[in-house]
Write a protein that binds this ligand. Structure first.
Ligand SMILES: Cc1cc2nc3c(=O)[nH]c(=O)nc-3n(C[C@H](O)[C@H](O)[C@H](O)COP(=O)(O)OP(=O)(O)OC[C@H]3O[C@@H](n4cnc5c(N)ncnc54)[C@H](O)[C@@H]3O)c2cc1C
Length: 609
């Protein structure tokens, strides 16, 4: 058994930042990641990082923009902590050597981004995430933080008290992808899940194949509530054939959207008469699809994004990567032609419920980054707000897990007996899969902690041997594809009751077929067949929770559009959708949104851009 004070699952931006913070707070910390850290999906981030750095800007304005962008589903204490801390995190990055783009006078450049009232997005060309990951990884190497790379974490080692809020996390179970070894890792202080998003629940996504929602599924099965899962961001500018992202930075620099008649439809058809292309992402995505649905799209599928007027010099200085992406993935020379774009799944606003310190309701279990929901982004994330989320809350989770006192959180976590329960008629019974907690229950002593980890390792070994022993059955890809297609068809930008119900039926059927899943590759070395089979279970959990939340929320808020419910219903729906899975059955309930921060109450207003 491996043993450290703090274990960080995931080596993306959130995981690396959490590990550095825990190390600086004096902990013996290790990162366990299924990919080498610099291959994490943070590396694909293009556009930038929001922070109120300049005179004329303020953290209060950043907080206000974030609350408005969230369509008043974000919790103000999280938003304020975020907006206040983001500048110091960006300055810290700069001191660690992050090669930010700069002005002539040497100051860090900032550009406009959608939904921002001030140009507060710092960037490094259109390769911000790549430089960010390398900057953070350098700091991890410099500090000698141990990295178990290409170790795939499959299970948490958590005690089995009836009430999840009384459970304790003692570690994790992981498979060494290189050898097939299944091993236990004990965490003396805490486990931080930083496993990223779950774009693989959809078939048209900007996310990497590794983004399967593993951490969300593991936390959910251990009894942690997951929050606002229906809130999925669809980015308006993805390349139609692959889902590869074209950064919002193109529109931030002045790029324009056109329909097949050459009209700048954002203005012409009144979707956003002030901000046009720089309205927030939910608004632009719906506008594009409306153009296509009303016959003004190109090839009934996409619209054009044009940056030619910016001129070659400016494009190559600030957006060179975009020229390569358009050429390599769509065969378009973006210096001379407009780029075809359409909305694609991009980001999860929801995730594992945490407070401002990254804590979940299970003692010693934390989450940070895209897999977590603190809740900062509510019903719609602003572009450039995800990366600072990784540093602000990654760092806080790392420090808290290492034992630092960060003060009393304002945000509550965990099951709530008195909470309002959801009243929904499900078209099929969801759930029905064993939760993963381990006997024996502990009294917190170290011997018992070892037993909890050993027990979880044993359960995982048995599970894997059972999978590998099967001689035939259903391939994971057949199951995964069906779910991805159902989600893209029915739980996309535009959602209707009947469609969401069909998606739930498909997911239910896929879950049943998963009982007969079969791994053809019996080897122990780099067995990606086995890994993808195990990941597919997470895809099922995530897809089902998104569809359940989407069916339950009978209003139109932020990214969640419902055909039958065309208005935001503030009297009824300023509340978070919570889904808990305990004893094999999911239960949906609600927690009120905190619209009051430390001193400010954010009053819900109609959003205009
Ligand atoms: C194409 C693209 C462009 C974007 N551009 C921007 C931008 O310009 N600005 C912005 O603010 N946001 C942007 N975003 C969003 C932002 O980049 C992501 O939300 C963020 O990088 C996620 O970071 P993370 O650390 O949470 O996850 P990731 O970077 O995805 O890292 C997850 C880590 O977890 C590990 N992992 C996962 N499962 C397991 C497991 N079972 N066992 C072990 N390890 C595991 C992986 O190996 C990986 O190391 C963009 C997103 C995309 C997809």
């Amino acid at each position: 058994m491996y043993e450290h004070d703090v274990l960080v699952v995931g080596g993306g931006g959130a995981g690396l930042r959490a590990a550095i913070a825990a190390h600086e707070a004096g902990a013996d910390v290790a990162i366990v990641s299924k990919l080498h850290p610099v291959r994490s999906h943070t590396g694909a981030a293009e556009g930038g990082i929001n922070a109120a750095l300049q005179a004329g800007d303020s953290w209060e304005d950043h907080a206000y923009d974030t609350m408005k962008g969230s369509d008043y589903l974000a919790d103000a204490p999280a938003v304020e902590t975020f907006a206040q801390t983001s500048p110091e995190e960006v300055i810290q990055l700069e001191h660690w050597g992050m090669p930010f783009s700069r002005e002539e006078d040497g100051t860090v450049s900032q550009r406009p981004f959608g939904g921002l009232s001030f140009p507060r997005t710092t960037y490094a060309g259109a390769e911000t995430g790549h430089h960010l990951l390398h900057t953070l990884y350098e700091q991890v190497v410099k500090r000698g933080i141990e990295v178990y790379q290409e170790w795939f974490v499959t299970r948490l080692a958590v005690t089995d008290e009836d009430d999840p809020a009384e459970r304790t996390a003692h570690g994790i179970v992981a498979i060494d992808t290189k050898t097939g070894e299944v091993a236990g890792f004990k965490a003396r202080n805490g486990v931080i899940l930083a496993t990223g998003g779950a774009g693989q629940a959809y078939d048209h996504t900007t996310n990497a194949v590794a983004n399967t929602g593993d951490g969300i599924s593991m936390a959910y099965r251990a009894g942690v509530p997951i929050e606002d899962m229906e809130m999925i961001q669809f980015h308006p500018t993805t390349l139609p054939s692959t889902g590869v992202l074209i950064t919002e930075g193109v529109r931030g620099e002045g790029g324009r959207l056109f329909n097949r008649h050459g009209e700048r439809f954002m203005f012409e058809y009144g979707y956003a008469t002030n901000d046009g292309e720089l309205a927030s992402r939910d608004v632009v995505s719906r506008a594009e699809l409306t153009e296509v649905n009303e016959g003004r799209g190109i090839e009934d599928e996409y619209v054009y994004l044009d940056m030619r007027h910016l001129g070659e010099e400016r494009i190559l200085d600030r957006l060179e990567n975009i020229v390569h992406l358009a050429e390599d993935f769509e065969g378009v020379n973006a210096l001379e032609q407009p780029m075809p774009v359409k909305p694609g799944q991009h980001y999860m606003m929801g995730g594992i419920e945490t407070n401002e310190n990254g804590e979940t309701c299970i003692d010693g279990l934390y989450a940070a980054g895209e897999c977590a929901c603190v809740s900062l982004h509510g019903a719609n994330r602003l572009g450039g707000n995800a990366l600072p989320d990784l540093f602000v809350f990654g760092s806080r989770a790392g420090r808290h897990a290492a034992g630092e006192d960060l003060g009393e959180p304002m945000i509550q976590v965990g099951p709530d007996e008195d909470a309002e329960r959801a009243d929904v008629e499900w078209p099929v019974e969801p759930g029905e899969v064993e939760p993963t907690v381990s006997e024996p229950a502990t009294d917190g002593g170290s011997a018992d902690a070892d037993a909890v980890v050993d027990d979880a390792v044993e359960a995982e070994r048995e599970h894997i041997e059972d999978l590998l022993a099967r001689e035939d059955g259903v391939k994971h890809m057949e199951i995964r594809k069906k779910v991805q297609q159902a989600m893209t068809q029915w739980v996309n930008v535009f959602r209707e009751e009947e469609g969401i119900e069909k998606a739930l039926e498909e997911i239910r059927e896929a879950r049943e077929r998963y009982q007969d899943v079969y791994v053809a590759d019996k080897s122990r070395t780099y067995n990606t067949d086995l890994q993808h089979t195990l990941e597919t279970l997470a895809v099922l959990d995530v897809a089902e929770s998104i569809a359940m939340g989407a069916l339950a929320r009978t209003e139109f808020r932020g990214a969640h559009w419902r055909a039958e419910h065309q208005e935001r219903k503030d009297d009824e729906w300023i509340k978070h959708t919570m889904l808990s899975w305990n004893d094999g059955e999911p239960e949906m309930w609600y927690r009120p949104v905190l619209l009051k921060g430390k001193d400010t109450e954010y009053e819900p207003k109609e959003r205009h851009y």
